[in-house]
Write a protein that binds this ligand. Structure first.
Ligand code: IMP
Ligand code: MG
Length: 176
């Protein structure tokens, strides 16, 4: 059984403040289309995209399911929703919730790189640098966090906790 930390790791107020500055960093890159990776980034995408508001900024949602690293023969990333999305010649901002091993974003970037975008930049709300198993770095990061499992603000454990406004740490019953 897992239980939530007593206090949020990152509060909704802290997230909102960081998103204000993150949006300024991203605006300098003038993205033309956002590709948001469901489901974990749905709240982050909604909040960030409103701060980027621009008449010609489009938004599309894709789904990525990771079964391990692309570098391993058994590993595979399944991406759906890319059909019919035209990123040719466009400046693309890929938004995901969290960079953990980095496998999801690395594989996704490889797929997108073959689709003719003029520039692709990646943005994650959270980065667990110590967990990285592949050489991948996001261009924009909301917060650096330790090697802890976090939930809330769109992030889930077995599809639960997503609707919590703050980000919480999940620990097992021994406090680990
Ligand atoms: P990666 O491919 O290992 O970088 O992990 C990608 C996916 O694993 C993320 O998009 C999340 O869906 C999930 N994930 C990794 N760490 C966490 C966490 O701490 N909380 C919730 N989901 C996580
Ligand atoms: Mg996810």
């Amino acid at each position: 059984m897992y239980k939530m930390s007593e206090k949020p790791l990152i509060t909704a107020t802290q997230i909102a403040e960081r998103l204000d500055t993150l949006a300024q960093e991203i605006k300098a890159f003038h993205p033309e289309i956002i590709l948001s990776v469901l489901t974990g980034s749905y709240i982050f995408t909604a909040d960030l995209s409103r701060r980027l508001s621009s008449p010609d900024l489009q938004i599309k949602f894709i789904k990525a399911s990771s079964y391990g690293c692309s570098t391993k023969s058994s590993g595979k990333l399944e991406v759906s929703g890319l059909e019919g999305i035209d990123i040719c010649g466009k400046r693309v901002l890929v938004i995901d919730d969290i960079l953990d091993t980095g496998c999801t974003m690395e594989s996704l970037a490889k797929i997108l790189n073959g689709m003719g975008a003029s520039l692709i930049k990646t943005c994650v709300l959270l980065n667990k640098e110590s967990r990285r198993t592949v050489d991948f770095h996001a261009d924009f990061v909301g917060f650096e966090i330790e090697n802890e499992f976090v939930v809330g603000y769109g992030l889930d454990y077995a599809n639960n906790y997503r609707t919590f406004p703050d980000i919480w740490t999940l620990r097992d019953e021994n406090g680990k």
